[in-house]
Every structure is written in C-alpha cells, then in structure tokens.
Ligand binder design. Sequence first.
Ligand code: NAD
Length: 355
Amino acid sequence: MKRYKIALIKGDGIGPEIIDEAVKVLDSVASCFDFYFEYVEALMGGCAYDITGDPLPQETINISLSSDAVLFGAIGGTKWDNLPREKRPESGLLRFRKELGVYANLRPAVVYDELINASSLKPEVVKGVDLMVVRELIGGIYFGEPKGRDENRGWNTMVYTRAEIVRIAHQAFKIAMTRSKRVCSIDKANVLDVSQLWRDVVTEVATEYPEVELSHMYVDNAAMQLIRDPRQFDVMLTGNIFGDILSDEASMLSGSIGLLPSASVGAKIGVYEPIHGSAPDIAGQGIANPIATISSASMMLRYALGENAAADKIDAAVKRALKEGYRTKDLAQFDAKEVCSTSEMGSIIANYAAK
Ligand code: NAD
C-alpha cells in the first residue's frame, strides 16, 4: 500500500475545525484506493507564537519539507494583532511560502448550479462560471524592498524580475492548456513600470503556447468585469496583490468564501489551503463551512499526489451534498433542506466520497 505523508498545519481560529473535516474526508476516500495517509501535525500562527515565541518555528518548515504535501487551515486573530510585525501570524505565513518557494497560487472559483441563488449576482450572470486565478505569491509589493515607516510616512515597493514573471506565466499557460485555453493577464501597465515589464514578459512567454489565446486587462477594469460578466474569464494571471484582491472578489461569485480552495505550488512541496482566514468571529461554534478545506484536500490529491480519481470522488461528494440540500450556516438561506454543523457536513461528504 502506498503511504502519503501529509503535514497538517491547523493554525488558529476555525483552522482546527475545518482541517479535522478534511482529514475525515481524505481517510474516507483513501479507503477506496490502495493508499493511506500518515499525518504529522505542525504549528504555525498565533498558536505557534504562544508556545514557541515564533509564528513559524523551524520544526514546521522541516516537517513540511519532509512531507509529500502540506494541508493548511488558517492563521491569525485579534489576540496577536498588536505584536511586532515579524512576530505576527501573517508574517509567519508569508515567510513559510517564501521558505518553501511556492510561487504560484491557484484559486479556482466555480459556481455550483445548486447554489446559484447564493451569489450576490443574478443567476443569469453567474451560471456556469468556472475560472482560475493564477496568482504570483512570493514576489511583488508584499515582499519588495525598501519598505518601512516612520511617524509620517509608510512605504512599500512593488518589484518583479523577469525570471519571476516568466515562471508564473508558464504556470498560467500550462493550466490554460488543460482548460479552455484562454489567459487574461491582469496588470496596471498604464501607470506602473513594473506592470509594463509584466505585460512584455507575459507576451513573450505566450509565443511558446500558440494554442492559448492571451489578452491583457487593467486591474481596475478586471475588478469591474468580474462583476459585469465573469463568464468571459478562464485563467486570470495576476501579480501578488492584484490576485489577492481579485480572488476574494471572485469568491463572492460562488456565494460564500467558505467554499473556495487554493493550491500554492511551483516548488517540490505544495501547500493546500482554503482562501479564507481564521474567522475568529465564528471560531469554536461548529458553524464554519469546511468545503473550502475539503476541496483544497481534493486539489492536493490532484496536483501533489496525482490521485485524480480520488480527487474526482471528493469533488462529486461535495456537489452531491450541496445538491441534496445540506448547508452550513453561511449558506443556510439558500435552498437548504437541512442546516448542518461543520462536523456533520464533513461526515456527509466523507460518507459520499467513500461510495
Ligand atoms: P476571514 O476570511 O477569516 O473572515 C471573513 C468573513 O468570512 C468572516 O465573517 C468569517 O466568519 C467568514 N468566513 C471565513 N471563512 C468561513 C468559513 N469557512 N465558513 C463560514 N464563514 C467563513 O477574514 P478576516 O476576518 O479578514 O481575517 C481574520 C483573521 O484571519 C485575520 O487575523 C487575518 O489576518 C487572518 N487571515 C488568514 C489567512 C490565512 O491563514 N491564509 C487569510 C486571510 C486572513
């Protein structure tokens, strides 16, 4: 029997609740195949700071690097908001992505027919939406130097090198080849020099993928077009900060941020995590939607382990649970037959995934 070693980073807030459900589903689907999971838990975020004084202990990096993949919950919370920046949970997460070298964040946004009424947009606008934001994750303004602040000024630097743009562009074009072969590259080339380089380099890389249709769009227009006509998009290629914002916007197309998974890839070890944060406002109440994390586990099976049949089973189980009217509280007002807790939703999906 094949064994996959998975680093589990539950984190803060709802992190432990949603990871437990993803593990339930993974074990359930594994029982149908000839593999099993060995999980190794590692600390990150506020919980790591409380125990070790560091939001990202070296042991967490070591455990992650010696695993087949990392399944990650969420970090952060008001308790740690006033720590010095380098001690804050969010700094640990940025450092973690950098240490692993996961430069490409894949964020699919799919509108399930069963939840067509959950979107804040009209059904006829969102029906059939199936797009993928490919976001550069370890460069751009979140990492650029110089940065700093004094009493009267704060400054950050948006910088991209040719090599950083080339590798993320290849990711986007490769993914487009497995989908409907369209890439829309998002930038602000009318104002920013860094975006002019981005546009030129993406255009050069596109020549290696003659089957893929490339278009360019300014980020402000993209924010508007996502609401006006989201079906026009297949793969959206973005830098770090633009992708951060646009993928949260795209999440509302599907009705709840609790539905959307992500994969951070590009290095030997990938990180699979929901796009939402630690939701301290609902932590410990058993009402968080575990679907984003369960779907992240499905992405892990597909992208890290090549277990596509198992991933398909999880995706089908999620769809079935929604089709049959099971909803967590965030989606309770949308055609719910039964409102269930985090753990009940995990069990329903685990049960369907094993069939
Ligand atoms: P958030 O995503 O945690 O929550 C935003 C809203 O969405 C809240 O009302 C929350 O209750 C709801 N929500 C989020 N996930 C949900 C789920 N699975 N089911 C149901 N409802 C859900 O964003 P925030 O409130 O801006 O941030 C809270 C903390 O999370 C902060 O400390 C922030 O820095 C951190 N954060 C962490 C990550 C990460 O770990 N990758 C990402 C974003 C924010």
